[in-house]
Design a protein around this ligand. Structure first.
Ligand SMILES: NC(=O)c1ccc[n+]([C@@H]2O[C@H](COP(=O)([O-])OP(=O)(O)OC[C@H]3O[C@@H](n4cnc5c(N)ncnc54)[C@H](O)[C@@H]3O)[C@@H](O)[C@H]2O)c1
Length: 244
């Protein structure tokens, strides 16, 4: 199950996961985009199911999980990647609704997803792997808006807590600490504030932004048995940004 699958890192993950033979449930709000992506993946031999919905609504998330169970016989892995950014308006000038929205999508979405996914994994009685998308904003104040920084810190906390609670039952839970990546979210930020591109690039040791596929490949590895002894981790995919 991949959330935020209609664009950017989520769409790249849909391509990477299906290329590796995963039967995949795609979830995002924009059904039309999901349909186009599903048609492309099926044409390449991928097995995909769709479940349009909003990760802030637990009933939508539960529906997506139940699609995995009914269509594919269970849920083995999940990439909780849906997220929404916000430009760096200062806290005292920010509308309350922006805080509520950013926390709901980025932290609340991961909360709803993990609860429904863990239930399905426990019911299935098989090992499972969950990967949540955090950010370098989950480690330090990157200049993104405060609620985004707080929400991405919360994603790391939820990840560690879930890893600790369900490790003995064979469920691994990790987070990706993602650095600047060329996606719709990044395009929107750079359209509004083109002067930020230089500092984003300069922050990474590799002096560039990531391609979404580079993040997707890390998620696929964490979901696979290749990462069988990796849990509770905050895995950087940030071109070295958090190392210096
Ligand atoms: N692009 C970057 O530089 C960057 C850096 C660090 C972390 N991230 C994180 O990576 C993740 C993916 O973002 P992206 O860069 O691919 O951006 P994107 O805007 O291309 O993709 C975000 C996806 O999440 C979906 N989404 C947003 N709100 C949703 C909701 N309420 N319910 C369901 N789906 C929802 C969108 O429809 C879209 O499919 C996000 O969690 C983001 O915070 C991105």
């Amino acid at each position: 199950m991949i959330t935020g699958a209609s664009s950017g890192i989520g769409a790249a993950a849909a391509r990477t996961f299906t290329a590796e033979g995963a039967r995949t449930v795609l979830m995002a709000r924009r059904e039309e985009k999901l349909r186009d992506l599903a048609a492309e993946l099926r044409a390449g031999g991928g097995e995909v199911a769709l479940s349009a919905g909003d990760v802030t609504r637990s009933e939508d998330v539960e529906r997506a999980v139940s699609v995995a169970v009914t269509e594919f016989g269970g849920l083995d892995a999940a990439f909780n990647n849906a997220g929404e950014g916000s430009l760096g308006t200062r806290m005292h000038e920010m509308e309350q609704s922006v805080y509520d929205r950013i926390m709901d999508v980025n932290a609340g979405g991961v909360w709803h997803c993990m609860r429904a996914q863990i239930r399905a994994m426990l019911d299935g009685g098989r090992p499972g792997s969950i990967v949540n998308t955090s950010s370098t904003a989950g480690l330090f104040a990157t200049g993104a808006a405060a609620p985004y920084v707080a929400a991405k810190h919360a994603v790391l906390g939820l990840t560690k807590a879930a890893a600790a609670e369900y490790g003995e039952q064979g469920i691994r839970v990790n987070a990706l600490v993602v650095g600047g990546t060329r996606t719709e979210m990044m395009d929107e930020v750079l359209r509004a504030r083109p002067e930020l591109e230089g500092p984003f690039v300069a922050r990474a040791i590799q002096r560039r932004l990531a391609d979404p596929e580079e993040v997707a490949r890390a998620a696929a590895w964490l979901c696979s048995d290749g990462a069988s002894f990796v849990t509770g981790g905050a895995i950087p995919v940030d071109g070295g940004c958090s190392a210096v």
